[in-house]
Design a binder for this molecule. Structure first.
Ligand SMILES: Cc1ncc(COP(=O)(O)O)c(C=O)c1O
Length: 315
């Protein structure tokens, strides 16, 4: 189904915090997968529910987030950027950066990869697969697999492999197998499809670490929860730095994982504006942008209902 105006959905179908019994957040989400994967998703959901409030799992994760990942990441006052946007009368935003780039492997992605590897081990899985675009999720996953001695296969579009040669090198150095995906445009979308196909083929021993708030339920919920440490840290760090709350939280949106990780703890704070920024490329009125939420139409991709940038043949 396609809606002409995406804002129509946003206004009339509020997405609740918890998915319903079919894994939908309002209209969004769900489990649009082949029958062969349903058992895996049910197993994953049950596994996630059992560890969510399990003190031994939470203690293990918290310990590794601190000592292995390097959390809490600093909330850094960007003095020169603040000066750059200062108004003539001396007012203007005080800009702080949440330094996820200072985690082990250099991006927030490791919060999720680490937590999912711990979960996969509890589920008895021996083989980890992942998709990657920019390569950061692949590097994070290859790193935690090396840490726990698990086999790791990363699917990556051929175009992305060319653009991100250094990350391909890093993944291979860490012992991961990087599988080139040449379908379609040879980018992230096709890599994700290839990973899902692999999972359908080897469902018993494999755990698929989805790298963003995408994929069938319970992935979006799980990935959001595993990144929510970002926003929780900002709460006490803001109190420590200026004794209050931020006015605005701003995050880039690719698949949405760093944005959801930052926003999740702040959804009920009405005075705090949450702003996600999408890549406008050559302009949102051209065909060359990645503004999925701004310009997308409702559709099903990679097992979930969401906004998609669709070509005419998909519609
Ligand atoms: C450093 C970094 N930030 C942000 C993103 C965008 O992804 P997401 O929207 O899931 O945070 C990526 C994706 O690879 C990334 O590597």
């Amino acid at each position: 189904m396609v809606l002409a105006d995406p804002t129509e959905i946003i206004d009339t179908h509020f997405s609740p915090e918890k998915p319903d019994a079919t894994g939908h957040f309002g209209r969004f989400g769900g489990q649009f997968v082949p029958e062969t994967l349903m058992q895996n998703l049910e197993e994953l959901y049950a596994g996630y529910m059992s560890i969510k409030d399990d003190p031994s799992f939470q203690a293990e994760l918290a310990g590794l987030l601190k000592d292995y990942v390097g959390r809490a990441t600093p909330l850094y006052f960007a003095e020169r950027l603040t000066e750059r946007y200062a108004r003539e009368d001396g007012t203007g935003p005080q800009i702080y950066l949440k330094r996820e780039d200072l985690t082990h492997t250099g991006a927030h992605k490791i919060n999720n990869s680490l937590a999912q590897v711990l979960l996969a081990r509890r589920l008895g899985k021996t083989r980890i697969i992942a998709e990657t675009g920019a390569g950061q999720h692949g590097v994070a996953t290859a790193t935690v697999c090396a840490r726990f001695g698990l086999q790791c296969v990363v699917f990556m579009g051929v175009k992305d492999m060319e653009r991100q040669k250094l990350n391909v090198f890093r993944m291979r150095l860490l012992g991961a197998e990087v599988k080139p995906v040449s379908d379609g445009k040879g980018t992230l979308t096709e890599a994700l499809s290839a990973a899902i196909r692999d999972w359908v083929t080897y469902p018993v021993e494999t755990h698929y670490i989805v790298g963003s708030v995408a994929g069938p339920h319970p992935y979006p919920m799980m990935v959001r929860d595993f990144h929510s440490c970002i926003g929780k840290e900002v709460r006490w760090q803001a109190m420590e730095k200026w004794g209050g709350k931020p006015d605005v939280l701003l995050a880039c949106v690719g698949g949405g994982s760093n944005a959801m990780g930052l926003f999740d703890d702040w959804k009920a704070d009405m005075g705090v504006r949450l702003i996600g920024v999408e890549a406008a490329g050559k302009g949102v009125d051209t065909q060359e942008h990645a503004a999925t939420l701004t310009k997308g139409k409702l559709g099903v991709l990679h097992g979930a209902m969401s906004y998609q940038l669709q070509t005419l043949d998909a519609i």
